[in-house]
Design a protein around this ligand. Structure first.
Ligand code: ATP
Length: 134
């Protein structure tokens, strides 16, 4: 049945982060770029990168941090499996600022640094801070 709504579900290893009937999903951080989904969309599966999920529900825009994973999209459902995810109100901004500082310090030490790991940590912290500052 087409209700004109999308059931959005976000799950991480910590459990269910979001399960909501939403009007539209404005942005999902796809590995190949951000995309939006309206009800009635064709089915597909894609990988996700670190970024911000945004959707409209009961007239307001909501934001969720997504740390990589997969999205399965069908006409009335979106299921996201993320390595970690938090709703805006659950983000500990002090923790994210500390994580960003650690990552930036590592990246300044030119040698003996796992560059990819430090960059990924910086990306996560930056996305979390960006959500809280909206
Ligand atoms: P940190 O270095 O602070 O642990 P991280 O990016 O390495 O950050 P993740 O591996 O993404 O952390 O997540 C580990 C767990 O901690 C997950 O359950 C995630 O939801 C939670 N988490 C991480 N950072 C925050 C934050 N700033 N606010 C709330 N929860 C967080």
């Amino acid at each position: 049945m087409d209700t004109g709504k999308i059931t959005l579900e976000v799950v991480s290893p910590q459990g269910l982060v979001v399960k909501e009937q939403v009007d539209e999903v404005n942005a999902i951080p796809g590995s190949e770029g951000e995309f939006g989904v309206l009800p009635g969309h064709m089915c597909f599966v894609t990988t996700l990168k670190v970024g911000v999920l945004s959707f409209k529900s009961a007239g307001s825009e909501k934001y969720v941090f997504i740390n990589s994973g997969y999205a399965e999209v069908s006409s009335s459902n979106i299921s996201i499996l993320a390595d970690s995810a938090e709703k805006a109100e659950d983000i500990d901004v002090e923790r994210a600022i500390a994580a960003r500082q650690r990552a930036e310090e590592r990246l300044r030490q030119a040698e003996e640094v796992d560059f990819a790991r430090a960059t990924a940590a910086l990306d996560r912290a930056t996305a979390r801070i960006q959500i809280v500052k909206r």
